[in-house]
Design a protein around this ligand. Structure first.
Ligand SMILES: O=P(O)(O)O[C@H]1O[C@H](CO)[C@@H](O)[C@H]1O
Ligand SMILES: Nc1nc2[nH]cnc2c(=O)[nH]1
Length: 292
């Protein structure tokens, strides 16, 4: 299979042996003296975190068989191993969004399955999101308490298809998707650092269009606090393979709720806000990693 991967850089993301082959391919490009117990997925605005790692070993996604290209501006596309606050970690500097890859959510969540094979037990995951909760301001951080995974509910779960039990159970309980003890730790760190940290429900829609005001109101009615186009597929796979998760959103724009006064939402605005929040978010994540 490994030779097949070399020759044809396509893999089946629900084939466990394919995942192992990719992991082995990555291992051949780095020197790992210990297992990374912590994994980080950097959403828009958190990419700088990977630059803070010491003794960095960087593998561009283009050197990883089966990894599709990342085309979203603000997502560099590197798998990075290194040390942060004295802990050896693996960091995904950029992610795959389902809207880029024909809603192949298993493909987009494949890096999480790889992280599990590298030894990751705890995943810290971030995203840029539009704020729905009226208490949220541009640039705030929101800890994710729970999620509304719209593509997953509509039949696009990354767990759809034949389930190899080596991946984890067929039926996955999402009752504790975002680990309570990790959330308590995050609140402690935020308090110590003087950071405003909200908590709320994250909605993943398919995107790539931003929501109309009526859609935002609908999501608000069902309990949404922040809206994005990522994260839930990665968290679902993480829970299937027993990785505990801490997730947070950078509130990069305030979602429109009234068509008559609505303003344009743009990815440029998202990136500007994410860049502004980046230093604070990196410090926050470093503080959490230090205490893990
Ligand atoms: O979730 P991340 O990767 O931070 O990206 C967010 O920003 C993009 C929209 O501006 C979308 O891809 C949305 O999901
Ligand atoms: N779906 C969605 N994703 C986002 N990512 C950043 N802002 C937004 C938003 O307002 N909606």
């Amino acid at each position: 299979m490994s030779t097949l991967i070399e020759a044809h850089p396509t893999v089946d993301p629900i084939n466990y042996d394919d995942i192992l082959n990719i992991v082995n391919h990555v291992r051949s490009q780095v020197t790992l003296t210990e297992e990374p117990k912590i994994g980080i997925i950097c959403g828009s605005g958190l990419g700088d975190l990977a630059e803070l790692l010491t003794e960095r070993q960087v593998i561009p996604f283009t050197n990883i068989p089966g990894f599709p290209p990342t085309n979203v501006i603000g997502h560099k596309g590197n798998l990075v191993f290194g040390n942060l606050m004295g802990k050896f970690i693996v960091c995904l500097q950029g992610r795959f969004h389902p809207y880029e890859h024909n809603m192949n959510l298993a493909l987009c969540a494949m890096p999480v399955r790889m992280m599990k094979e590298f030894g990751v037990r705890t995943l810290i995951i971030s995203n840029a999101a539009g704020g729905v909760n009226s208490a949220f301001k541009w640039g705030d951080l929101m800890l994710i308490k729970d999620q509304l995974f719209l593509p997953g509910l509509a039949g696009f779960s990354p767990l759809v298809g034949i389930n190899d039990p080596r991946m984890g159970p067929r039926f996955v309980s999402m009752h504790d998707a975002y680990d309570l003890s990790l959330r308590q730790l995050a609140h402690t760190v935020a308090h110590e650092q003087g950071i405003v940290l909200h908590q709320g429900i994250y909605v993943m829609s398919g995107g790539p269009q931003y929501e109309s005001p009526a859609e935002v109101c609908m999501f608000k009615t069902v309990g949404a606090d922040a809206l994005g186009m990522s994260t839930c597929h990665e968290v679902t796979v993480a829970r299937q393979c027993g990785i505990r998760v801490l997730g947070f959103s950078l509130i990069t724009n305030i979602a429109n709720q009234e068509a008559d006064t609505a303003v344009e939402v743009s990815h440029e605005e998202v990136l500007v806000a994410a860049k502004e929040a980046s230093e604070r978010a990196c410090k926050f994540v470093s503080g959490i990693v230090e205490k893990l």
